[in-house]
Design a protein around this ligand. Structure first.
Ligand SMILES: NC(=O)c1ccc[n+]([C@@H]2O[C@H](COP(=O)([O-])OP(=O)(O)OC[C@H]3O[C@@H](n4cnc5c(N)ncnc54)[C@H](OP(=O)(O)O)[C@@H]3O)[C@@H](O)[C@H]2O)c1
Length: 226
């Protein structure tokens, strides 16, 4: 484990096209692509959610996809839904703020008090994890120490994926490969953020498993931080 403080074990799980994209085009919901997942792979996704203590996606994924992030296709408990949202500005009618499962919104010290109060009034837990923006290492520590989260899965999007990898907070990656090419130089891919400058900065992975799940190839990697 790369981090020095206690944190959850983290799995990044994502559906990606053959050209590494997460959605049809910038601003489009990934739910459109998810319709083309094999039923067996949908089951795998929901079984994975049920096996994890918490699930995290970025605030922009909530704005665009309006995800529920619950376990629906298999028996089992929905994980704690965790959304980093520095200004507490996801819509108050977002599905993730509904009663289907517990939700924790991580905000920064700059989040307006009325927004935080409105979220709490909906029964949502709000924690401050950073001064100007949400600091992911601190959030991981809070989830581990204060909420007993031992296993966390993240389901994107690319901005959150990049920050989590950059902070060396991801242990494993599981990809569901969709047999499509969507193209588009600004179409979100698995990892966004800043480009790297040298090969020394490449994040190395160890392919540990690959298998068919229905008609989808699934690949599993360990993340090797130096
Ligand atoms: N295929 C898939 O598996 C899959 C899964 C998920 C999403 N997607 C797609 O991905 C796209 C959205 O991705 P995105 O890159 O725009 O957004 P994102 O990664 O979902 O969310 C990023 C946002 O999270 C908030 N955030 C707060 N603290 C953060 C921190 N420390 N590090 C990172 N983010 C932090 C920021 O919003 P604030 O500034 O408001 O705090 C940031 O803009 C959508 O098109 C969606 O459909 C695809």
């Amino acid at each position: 484990m790369a981090a020095t403080t206690a944190r959850p074990h983290v799995l990044m799980m994502s559906e990606i096209t053959a050209d590494g994209k997460l959605t049809l085009k910038k601003g489009a919901s990934s739910k459109i692509l998810m319709k083309y997942m094999a039923h067996e792979t949908e089951i795998l996704l929901h079984e994975t959610r049920a096996a994890y203590d918490a699930i995290m996606v970025g605030a922009n994924t909530i704005r665009i996809d309006n995800s529920f992030l619950t376990v629906r296709l298999v028996p089992g408990k929905s994980p704690l839904r965790v959304i980093p949202c520095s200004m507490a500005d996801i819509p108050l009618d977002a599905n993730v703020l509904g009663p289907d499962a517990r939700t924790l919104i991580a905000v920064s010290g700059r989040a307006p008090e009325d927004r935080v109060a409105a979220m709490r009034a909906k029964g949502v837990t709000v924690v401050t994890a950073g001064k100007d923006h949400v600091e992911l290492p601190l959030l991981m520590q809070i989830l581990h120490d204060d909420f007993g989260i031992k296993k966390l899965m993240i389901e994107g999007g690319p901005t959150l994926n990049w920050h989590m990898l950059h902070e060396k907070l991801v242990d494993e990656i599981r990809l569901i490969h969709l047999p499509f090419i969507v193209g588009g130089s600004d179409t979100p891919s698995l990892v966004g953020g800043m480009h790297i400058n040298t090969e020394d900065e490449m994040i190395r992975l160890n392919l540990k498993k690959y298998y068919m799940c229905g008609s989808n190839l699934v690949s599993e990697f360990d993340v090797l931080y130096t």
